[in-house]
Design a protein around this ligand. Structure first.
Ligand code: FDA
Length: 302
């Protein structure tokens, strides 16, 4: 019941104003977001690195309607690459990019052009880039952009959402040599016409996707906190060389498990940072009603 409401709130400007103006929200946000600025993100990267964890950094922001804002997002990524490179933190690191933050909804090829600049700079720093997947209306455009980017930067990866009915067919196209695919369950409210609605159905679709990726000769990125999924993925990966797949989890979620997995597998943590945390934060609340209770309790306990 709560999840659809929270996901609807994630798109509401009124709710954004309300939630972001509450002074006590910050303490809860900090559980999921590394900080408002690049300095805080670098601190998190160093700390995770000390525990043998790789990172993918996300400069928070989405649904940009202003070309100037899209350019500012691109520039934030370019600064991130410079800082990681200068700090000796770029090797093996990845950047997660939302095309909607680069102007995907704006006319022309603005998002593609910005993404190209981002990929070129990431490549110079020795990093990779993964395109996040947003709501189902953006999937065709994101996969089209991926194809264009991969012509010049074959290491660009993409997230695929198991909950979408189309994803199995997308995964068949994407599981080939050299591809990097991050399999996720899906974090957006989607209609039944395009997405499985029940947890079990989504989990089963995830496992089918996992089998496809693990059988293929691409680089599967298993992005889930679900213990059952992790167990199945570990079993499916048993025949693969250790450097041919990885696990991924979100910053602040199951941190001990992240460290445990890093002992036997490559483990990457998705580290979001920046002031525009609202949409990201609301999706984390929607994933787990207990987070909402924790959030509300922070008001009552003051
Ligand atoms: P599930 O939701 O079943 O959770 C399993 C268990 O994990 C829970 O019981 C709980 O213990 C823990 N857990 C999960 N979410 C939690 C939370 N918010 N707070 C506390 N505990 C939690 N989605 C998308 O649509 N596009 C994308 O590009 C990405 N990118 C992405 C990158 C990475 C690295 C990850 C890990 C996830 C994403 N996602 C995403 C989000 C994804 O679609 C999904 O919403 C979440 O990962 C939650 O699903 P799980 O697979 O963890 O399982």
């Amino acid at each position: 019941m709560l999840s659809p409401l929270l996901l609807a709130a994630a798109r509401s400007e009124r709710m954004r104003g309300l939630v972001t103006s509450m002074p006590l929200t910050r303490g809860v946000v900090d559980r999921f977001v590394a900080g408002d600025d690049l300095g805080a993100a670098l601190g998190a990267v160093r700390e995770l690195g000390r525990d043998g964890l790789d990172v993918t950094l996300d400069h928070l922001g989405e649904h940009t309607r202003e070309p100037a804002q899209a350019a500012a997002t691109r520039d934030a990524y370019l600064r991130m690459f410079e800082a990681l490179d200068a700090g000796g933190l770029a090797g093996g690191a990845d950047a997660s990019v939302k095309l909607s933050a680069l102007g995907q909804a704006l006319p022309g090829e603005l998002a593609l052009d910005h993404a190209r600049d981002i990929c070129a700079a990431a490549g110079r720093a020795g990093m990779t880039v993964t395109l996040d997947m947003e709501d189902h209306t953006t999937v065709d455009s994101t996969l089209e952009t991926l194809g264009k980017l991969r012509a010049d930067f074959p290491w660009v990866g993409v997230a695929v959402q198991a909950m979408l009915r189309r994803s199995e067919s997308d995964l068949r196209d994407l599981a080939g040599h050299g591809s990097r695919v991050r399999l996720v369950k899906g974090a957006y409210a989607e209609p039944a016409s395009v997405a499985f609605q029940g947890r079990r159905e989504v989990d089963r679709a995830y496992v089918r996707g996992l089998r496809l990726l693990m059988r293929g000769d691409g680089y599967p990125m298993v992005a889930s906190h679900d213990p059952r999924i992790i167990e199945i993925a570990s079993a499916l990966a048993a025949g693969r060389p250790p450097a041919s797949y990885e696990f991924q989890m979100l910053y602040g979620i199951r941190a001990a498990e992240q460290r445990r997995l890093a002992e036997a597998h490559r483990m990457r943590v998705y580290v979001p940072y920046g002031a525009d945390w609202y949409g990201y934060f609301m999706r984390r609340l929607a994933e787990r009603p207990a987070n909402l209770v924790f959030f509300l309790r922070s008001f009552v306990s003051r």
